[in-house]
Design a protein around this ligand. Structure first.
Ligand SMILES: *Cc1c(COP(=O)(O)O)cnc(C)c1O
Length: 379
């Protein structure tokens, strides 16, 4: 074994520089830690980046999804369509409103919702669709938007993977009623934990803003400021889902670096694909126009056993891996929905063949080479 072989390559590492550290320290010294001027600034910068009229920050994308649905009036008796090939948060946010998640299978090419299957899943209880832009590949928004208009359905985009991705020149998160972004530690920009809703709907923006902080009328967060009004009105029993200035300060620096960091991810992804595309038994991810690279996922053609063996072998060599995702309809949490093995064959096939390998801006091309060599040797 050479020294190189002993070095571990984590699955992901947030790209935090001195600028993020300085920005956070400045807030900490300033005496206003929670939601305040930095949050406002971050929301403005974010709205202008995705070209949405409004951006409302959150403590997570999970909260962003949940409050978007609540703000749109989704609740018990309603059905919301999404795919089983997503993170738990997409579906949990539906369940917590009291609505019922209805799954539609994905396309094998993009692993995004199959618009051709949507109309069959629509009932008179269907109120909305949550497309997930998996791995940074935009879902096929044109047919989806056409169908949602035809059936008067709301659309909430799960953009947790797709900050910096464009569909026909327009940022993901600006097609539906709301777009929900994540700033979790592994995502394309991070605030430790955090999220954002983008919307062009002023009524929805106002509703979500009120729901995010206890149901207080709009500017009540300023109530401890000298000279601010002490009066406040609680309009609805709201939630506690706001972002802090500490997070926003970090987010502002990260957002400024997004293009550069996404460019770096793209370069690394291309290096992976260049090396792996000729390898028998490996299917590399789609390199579609407008996508951003959140995760780099491979499909192992020979199925579950070989995929699992490869994960073990890579981990033994100190290379971090992950599986995005295990199809949700097979998870015990959603057994009450009544789905069975075989119901979503494309999602199931993806679940048993997929494998995500390390991808983060501070990774080197030598790291990519080492992961590729390990894959080729262990396959
Ligand atoms: C990470 C993720 C979320 C949740 O984001 P949080 O900010 O951690 O709440 C939602 N959907 C998808 C597809 C994700 O990957």
């Amino acid at each position: 074994m050479t020294d190189d072989d002993e070095r571990t390559i984590p699955f992901c590492k947030p790209a935090i520089g001195q600028a993020e550290i300085d920005a956070v320290v400045e807030v900490m010294k300033g005496g206003w830690l929670t939601m305040g001027p930095r949050v406002k600034e971050f929301e403005c910068a974010f709205a202008s980046y995705v070209k949405a009229n409004y951006a409302i920050s959150m403590n997570s994308c999970t909260s962003a999804l949940f409050l978007s649905l609540v703000g749109l009036g989704i609740g018990p008796g309603d059905e919301i369509i999404t795919t089983p090939f997503t993170f738990a948060a997409t579906v949990n946010s539906i369940v917590h409103t009291g609505a019922r998640p209805v799954f539609v299978d994905i396309l094998d090419s993009s692993l995004n919702i199959n618009p051709g299957l949507l109309e069959d899943a629509i009932t008179d209880r269907t109120r909305g669709i949550i497309p997930v832009h998996f791995a940074g590949v935009p879902a096929d928004m044109n047919p989806l938007t056409r169908i949602s208009k035809k059936h008067d359905l709301r659309v909430v985009e799960d953009c947790a993977h797709s900050l910096g991705a464009y569909y026909k020149g327009k940022a993901t998160g600006t097609f539906g009623d709301a777009g929900c972004f994540s700033f979790y530690a592994t995502k394309n920009i991070t605030t430790g934990e955090g999220g954002m809703v983008s919307t062009n709907d002023s009524r929805l923006a106002e509703e979500i803003t009120v729901l995010r902080l206890h149901g207080f009328s709009k500017d009540a967060w300023k109530r401890y400021d000298v000279g601010a009004s002490w009066e406040y009105e609680i309009r609805v029993p709201g939630y506690k889902s706001n972002m802090t200035d500490i997070q926003a300060a970090m987010g502002l620096v990260q957002l400024n670096r997004l293009e550069e960091m996404n460019h770096r991810r793209e370069k690394l992804a291309q290096a992976y694909s260049e090396r792996l595309k000729q390898i028998d038994g490996i299917v590399t991810p789609p390199n579609v126009k407008g996508r951003c690279w959140h995760i780099y996922h491979l499909r192992v053609a020979n199925g579950l056993k070989q995929r699992n063996k490869l994960i073990r072998a890579l981990n033994r060599r100190g290379i971090g891996t992950s599986v995005h995702f295990i199809s949700l309809h097979l998870q015990p949490a959603y057994a009450h929905l009544g789905y069975h093995e075989g119901d979503f064959s494309v999602s199931e096939a993806a679940s048993s063949s997929i494998l995500s390998v390390p991808l983060f801006p501070d990774m080197t091309l030598e790291d990519v080479e080492r992961v590729c060599n390990a894959i080729i040797e262990e396959l």
